[in-house]
Design a protein around this ligand. Structure first.
Ligand SMILES: *Cc1c(COP(=O)(O)O)cnc(C)c1O
Length: 664
């Protein structure tokens, strides 16, 4: 693509974008990689991949931030983060004050962050890929804490037209429905590699156009809106059907379609509807591959045929039935089944998840592979750890080019200088965090633990608070504790919301204990806080009910920064069980029964958690005696083992596996 062609496709270039885009730069980044990537995608190389995902967590506030030549609109800034704590009774109104760019609000949690990290590693490796997703005009939602009430969701508003790096195209696509044509505008965002030499174009579809009815305009407002089944069907159609049409509209030559989660399954339906010669579907469907991300039942979409009939014309309904009915008498279409039964390659996201998926779908067991998730090292390694790795470049070499080299950390386990340096690098991170929350007077040499992720039942957000007297007991006898909690729960997930309320009640009961146990519950967890917290606390707590966590990734961000794990045995942690990266506790899943995701085992697992927490605290206070560090402590062995395993749990390695096993 030439520069002229590039700017020619942008809507309102002269009026709005010419300030930030010119023949050499794109929002302050080099424009050349964009033109090269677009040219590659337009050529029939037989190698380009289309990656479909409902959400992308790109974290531009903390990594590869585009710059505007004019001041950023207030709508794209975000600085309201209240904290609920036991510091002071009325203190929940006090806010953390950080000025930062709003994350492009097109993600809800781990699935989106994984998709973002994947696309970044694809760019780092210089592969030819187009990513497809949806421009969520109202994002996911904004979280408000109300005292004694918990989470109150509020609509988020942002301005895509002035968001750095995002551009609207003149192109439109149309999806035929029984309720009239649904018109979609296409946007583009470019995800750069760490060295800014390559990009992955991200195409985002948007129904917020005056051509559409009032109802259609709202379809791309809120990610995972689920109050009526039709929202869910439309949103999945926009991703799958719209995504395939967008590839055609932009004249991209794609050899393989990667469906990240079953949400995108209608892409296969669209492929079939488009085919003039239906018999060729036999070969066409071999171009599809599928990654499944969840063993939880609610994560698998099924739609009643009658609901599909209200929306789709007969050709689509028939195709959806043909590929998605488990039996000829089934009354519904199962998106997971469409993917499992048709895609050439199917993968689970950790080895344990592979085992579980084979139990859940025995008919497909032979075809289910497992490729363990990772995180994008450049996004999640803190500055002080990047300095540390550079200082020891004789061991880590060019770890930026190849994060797998972090595995070499184990060679340094007996090096006293490295042991001292890694602990100091961690303390630097911790001081940075304590400065952000300085109002609450957390202390540097006090054991600090964090639980932060999407709040949902199987993740057991309140496990630590089951027996608050046990927490007080540990803090009183071994040493004080600082606990940080954060996360949003989906607005329709009433159980999730009750966990937040429950946590707040416990925090309230700790009001007279601030000297020994400080608890901070942070509002509006996002990738900014994801990075801050995974970089800086001493221990990362992860306590999902096995075997319902497919992988989990926040712990992987933590280990890259030498943060120890206190975890149940599930997801990726199973693959690090014997690596001495922290403490593993609680119920172990075994055998051919998956079990019940609603039976949380809170009693037995909270006891196991407290038993482990005693060991954690005892070792911490032997290692850090009021700022005097015992550098020979096994704590530091564990920190080094964490970094070493970070050399495996990264998306560079994962994308290399995708390429070798799925895309070729
Ligand atoms: C990494 C991340 C997650 C994923 O956390 P899990 O522990 O894998 O559930 C969710 N939300 C944000 C903002 C993240 O950065």
């Amino acid at each position: 693509m030439t520069y002229k062609e590039f700017i020619g496709q942008i809507e309102n270039f002269d009026g709005h974008y010419s300030k930030d885009i010119n023949w050499s730069t794109y929002f302050s980044f080099p424009i050349k990689p964009i033109l090269e990537a677009e040219t590659k995608l337009a050529k029939n190389s037989g190698k380009s991949i289309a990656y479909f995902s409902m959400e992308y967590g790109l974290a531009p506030s903390i990594y590869n931030s585009f710059r505007l030549n004019s001041p950023m609109s207030d709508k794209n800034k975000f600085f309201k983060h209240q904290v609920f704590s036991n510091y002071w009774i009325s203190d929940y109104v006090f806010k953390i004050n950080i000025q930062k760019m709003l994350d492009i609000p097109i993600y809800s949690g781990g699935l989106g962050v994984l998709a973002g990290d994947t696309v970044k590693s694809i760019a780092d490796l210089g592969l030819s890929v187009v990513a497809l997703g949806i421009l969520w005009n109202k994002g996911y939602f904004k979280q408000n804490f109300w005292y004694k009430y918990g989470q109150v969701p509020e609509e988020l508003s942002w301005d895509p037209h002035s968001y750095p790096g995002l551009i609207p195209l003149k192109n439109r696509i149309r999806i035929k429905t029984k309720q009239g044509d649904l018109v979609l505008r296409l946007w583009k965002y470019y995800v750069y590699s760490y060295d800014k030499k390559h990009v992955v174009p991200l195409v985002l579809m948007d129904s917020n156009l005056s051509d559409n009815s009032e109802h259609f305009r709202k379809l791309t407002d809120q990610l995972y809106r689920s109050d009526q089944v039709s929202w869910r069907i439309f949103q999945r159609s926009i991703l799958g059907i719209g995504g395939m049409k967008a590839i055609d509209e932009l004249k991209l030559q794609v050899a393989c379609y990667h469906l990240n989660e079953g949400h995108a399954a209608f892409a296969l339906v669209e492929k079939y509807v488009q085919l003039a010669d239906k018999a060729s579907m036999k070969t066409e469907r071999k171009k599809f591959v599928y990654t499944c991300h969840t063993p939880v039942a609610a994560g698998h979409d099924r739609f009643q045929i009658t609901d599909l009939q209200d929306i789709f014309t007969n050709d689509y309904v028939d195709a959806a039935k043909k590929f998605g009915q488990e039996h000829s008498t089934s009354k519904d279409v199962n998106l997971t089944y469409i993917c499992l039964d048709n895609c050439r390659h199917v993968n689970a996201v950790a080895q344990k998840h592979g085992e579980i998926m084979r139990l859940q779908f025995p008919a497909f067991a032979k075809r289910i592979d497992a490729i363990t998730n990772g995180v994008h090292a450049h996004t999640w390694v803190s500055e002080s750890f990047a300095h540390l790795f550079d200082k020891y470049s004789r061991v880590f070499g060019n770890w930026r080019l190849d994060p797998n080299r972090l595995k070499k950390a184990c060679q340094l386990i007996k090096d006293n200088n490295f042991r001292r340096d890694i602990f100091q690098a961690h303390q630097d991170n911790k001081r940075f965090l304590l400065d952000v929350v300085k109002h609450w007077k957390l202390q540097e040499d006090v054991l600090t633990i964090c639980w932060a992720r999407r709040i949902t039942n199987y993740k057991r957000p309140s496990l630590l608070f089951q027996h608050i007297e046990e927490v007080l007991n540990i803090a009183g006898h071994i040493g004080p504790l600082q606990i940080i909690i954060a996360g949003k729960s989906h607005p329709m997930d009433t159980t999730g919301a009750s966990h937040i309320q429950n946590i707040m009640e416990h925090v309230d009961r700790l009001n007279n204990s601030y000297k020994t146990v400080k608890v901070l519950v942070l509002e509006n967890y996002d990738t900014y806080f994801g990075k801050l917290l995974t970089n800086s606390v001493d221990v990362w707590l992860n306590n999902p009910l096995p075997p319902f966590e497919a992988s989990g990734t926040s712990g992987m961000k933590a280990i890259l920064n030498g943060v120890l794990q206190l975890s149940t045995l599930d997801g990726w942690v199973v693959e690090a069980e014997h690596d001495d990266i922290g403490w593993i506790f609680g119920y172990r899943h075994q055998g051919p029964e998956i079990g019940n995701e609603w039976e949380l085992r809170l009693e037995e697992d909270s006891k196991a958690l407290y038993a482990s927490l005693k060991d954690v605290a005892a070792l911490y206070y032997r290692t850090n005696k009021n700022g005097v560090i015992d550098i020979h402590s096994p704590w530091i062995d564990k920190m080094i083992n964490c970094v070493c395993r970070g050399g495996f749990f990264n998306t560079q390695r994962m994308v290399q596996e995708y390429k070798a096993k799925m895309w070729s």
